[in-house]
Design a protein around this ligand. Structure first.
Ligand code: HEM
Length: 396
């Protein structure tokens, strides 16, 4: 047993709420890891922070459940497959994995190349852009609308539904929960309407496919389809936005690394992985202890909320001696930015393709770029997201 560090009192979780942590989480992650494998969570419960403890939790869904009480986002049915524990979970993954397999996602690539270039066309002549508002926020939603077979004109509505859950209104927990519940109802109504339309006239899109899909000879229920759609909306949009923002903010402040990608675009696939590892846009995922459990000397009681801090695990020098360094050519790169175990990201192939195409097209068309002098970047404390990312480059 390592220095079990059951002395979680040495770490003050308020660090995780500090704006400085949101901007650069690495010092806070290190302090947490040095305090022990598990530290107190920001809102009670515990956070697992060392790679070994995080691996253990991800590989034991029997001990760490991700059922509905782990994360309440206002929905009235479980998000499928995230909030379904094994053994039931596997039937949904068997159904959905082929839909998000690399070969299927490769078919979307020409569309994504198109969408990325349309975004760049919108600002390249100005020599400046707000990368967040003009690229990172709309791109994943536009890709997603194509996947769902919904017209791009729904973009603003779609973004407002997503933001209503991810960035709910309100200053108290009650206000926030109420606002999320109202948005959840709107999302429900939105998808029910499209499902009705598809039942009336099938198309070659994901929603039509879900209506026809069967598990063990039975069609999915309306609630199961809605649970899948709700999760895809939450899991597939901000995550890619965050990864794009983290990656570009990093590259804009590291001219040598940026030059490497411009001069050697063949490095981009490994760069995508390394930026995901180092920046870890989904910093932490939630679980509930299904029974009393001991993690490397830290007792966790049944019912405790457990944060699995993927960000801290990804830069744990106990597992990867040069974890603090960003090496865009690193291979192999077994990071946890997409989680691990049974709930490992369903959309990782789509996400990787969106990130790779974005970095390839961006560095092909845009010369040297930097963050606008004097710009104050405000990072969100929860997801690794920035409110504005003003970039300057030569107009073209
Ligand atoms: C860079 C972008 C992305 C990152 C960093 C990311 C990260 C993650 C992580 C960390 C998990 C594990 C959650 C947990 O264990 O509680 C996860 C699960 C999931 N992700 Fe992603 N994700 C990304 C993009 C996407 C996209 C584009 C989609 C869909 C189109 C998607 C769909 C899902 C789904 C459905 C799950 C739940 C899988 C299950 O429970 O079996 N993600 N993602």
């Amino acid at each position: 047993m390592p220095d079990a560090g059951a002395d979680t009192g040495r770490f003050d979780p308020a660090i995780f709420a500090d704006p400085a942590h949101a901007a650069d989480p690495q010092p806070g992650y290190k302090q947490a890891r040095d305090a022990g494998p598990a530290v107190p969570g920001l809102f009670g419960g515990v956070q697992l922070v060392r790679k070994s403890a995080v691996d253990f939790a991800l590989r034991h869904p029997d001990l760490f459940s991700s059922a509905m009480e782990a994360v309440d986002l206002g929905q009235t049915y479980p998000l499928i497959p995230l909030q379904v524990d094994p053994p039931e979970h596997v039937k949904y993954r068997r159904l959905l994995d082929p839909v998000f397999a690399p070969q299927r996602m490769a078919r979307l690539e020409p569309d994504v190349i198109d969408l990325v270039n349309q975004r760049i066309d919108g600002f390249i002549h100005r020599g400046e852009c707000d990368f967040a508002a003009e690229f990172a926020v709309p791109l994943p939603s536009l890709v997603f609308l194509r996947l769902l077979g919904v017209p791009s004109s729904d973009l603003e509505l779609f973004l407002s539904l997503k933001d209503g859950i991810v960035r709910p209104q309100g200053s108290t927990m009650e206000e926030i929960t109420n606002s999320q519940r109202l948005t959840a109802q709107r999302i429900d109504a939105y998808f029910r309407q499209i499902l009705d339309d598809r039942r009336a006239a099938r198309r070659d899109d994901l929603l039509s496919w879900l209506i026809e899909a069967e598990i063990g000879g039975d069609r999915l229920s309306e609630e199961e389809i809605l649970g899948i759609c709700f999760l895809l909306l939450l899991a597939g949009l901000d995550t890619v936005t965050d990864a794009l923002e983290c990656s570009l903010a990093y590259l804009a402040s590291h001219p040598d690394q940026q030059r490497l990608l411009r001069d050697k675009p063949e490095v981009i696939p490994t760069a995508v992985e390394e930026l995901l590892r180092h920046e870890t846009p989904v910093a932490s995922v939630g679980r509930v202890a299904a029974r009393d459990v001991d993690v490397e000397g830290c007792p966790i009681a049944k019912g405790t909320k457990v944060g699995i801090c993927l960000g801290a695990a990804n830069t744990d020098e106990r597992a990867l001696p040069d974890a603090g360094q960003v090496d865009l050519t690193r291979a192999p790169n077994r990071h946890l930015a997409f989680g691990g175990g049974v709930h490992r990201c369903l959309g990782s192939h789509l996400a990787r393709m969106e990130l790779r195409v974005s970095l390839v097209e961006w560095h092909r068309r845009i010369g040297e770029y930097r963050i606008a002098p004097g710009a104050q970047l405000t990072w969100s404390p929860a997801l690794r997201q920035v409110d504005r990312l003003p970039l300057l480059f030569e107009a073209n």
